[in-house]
Design a protein around this ligand. Structure first.
Ligand code: AMP
Length: 279
């Protein structure tokens, strides 16, 4: 497995593979890897000749500096894990490598970023689009892998790929969960023992909400989920929205569309967790 820190080395290494007609699968991450990330790597490994994983904690997507400072970093362990998965190339650039000059690009996401993460984390998706397009330009992959756990991010990436005529195919992967249902996240390690004990109740509440679909209105399910999660010790809901899974726009009736998703963001004191469920 090659570990590279510079884009020039990465580009020249990839050129050799591309000239041999080998397909490239790409998995962008911010490191502190867990089984969720590894599921993307495994899919990439199955569907491509060469797998590239990037590890980069992208400063432009953090709207909260404390969150950036506290974001878990574990490069040595990450490299070991990727080696085990027989990943071919790991790209671990420094901030100066990716942002030699400030990136002043402002992206348009239509209506996709007006609610949920876009509303509560101003500038977040613009930063995501900055780094993902830079990485796509460097790696030029055939396929790129993203998790449904970050459902709105996935929609934004698909939008950007279409809007900017990237030829990469975006592959979406199901959310990997702990045995107790908690969605795996690099941030879970920052939960206290007590918070970790209660955190699976978020997903349990979402599951219970799905069973209310035919007997309750959307508004009452949204209110019930918010109230129920707010009653879990140490938890405070930032939003829970039931939306059209394609447009991410709020819906008023269950019959408005065929694909419906409920997305939640919860603060467990200072740790912010997100999750979602299909209705
Ligand atoms: P991150 O390192 O958090 O930026 O995540 C990198 C990629 O892994 C993103 O596409 C995430 O959606 C995906 N991912 C993170 N957690 C999970 C999970 N529990 N299951 C599946 N994919 C995940």
């Amino acid at each position: 497995m090659q570990v590279t820190k510079t884009q020039n080395t990465l580009i020249s290494n990839l050129l050799g593979f591309k000239q041999r007609g080998l397909s490239i699968g790409f998995v962008p991450t911010m490191g502190a890897l867990h089984e969720g990330h590894l599921s993307l790597v495994r899919s990439a490994k199955k569907q491509n000749d060469i797998v590239v994983v990037s590890i980069f904690v992208n400063p432009t997507q953090f709207n909260n500096q404390e969150d950036l400072i506290n974001y878990p970093r574990n490069e040595t362990k990450d490299i070991d894990m990727l080696q085990q998965e027989q990943c071919d190339i790991v790209f671990i650039p420094a901030v100066e490598e990716m942002y030699a000059k400030p990136d002043t690009r402002i992206f348009d996401f239509g209506t996709l970023d007006k609610i949920m993460e876009g509303e509560f984390r101003p500038g977040h998706f613009n930063g995501v689009a900055q780094i993902v397009t830079k990485l796509f330009d460097i790696v030029n992959p055939d396929k790129a892998y993203f998790g449904k756990k970050d459902f709105q991010q996935l929609a934004i990436i698909k939008y950007v790929v279409k809007a900017l005529n990237y030829t990469v195919e975006i592959v979406a992967a199901d959310t990997v969960r702990e045995r107790d249902g908690l969605a795996m996240s690099s941030r879970n390690g920052r939960l206290s023992e007590e918070q970790r004990k209660y955190a699976p109740d978020i997903y349990k509440t979402l599951q219970a909400a799905v069973s209310m679909k035919n007997s309750h209105s959307i508004q009452s399910v949204e209110k019930w989920v918010t109230d129920t999660v707010n009653k879990i010790p140490t938890m405070k809901v930032q939003y829970f929205s039931i939306v059209d899974a394609d447009t991410l726009q709020p819906i008023l009736n269950w019959t408005d569309t065929n694909s419906i998703i409920g997305c939640i963001a919860v603060f467990c004191k200072t740790v912010r967790l997100i999750d979602n469920i299909t209705f």
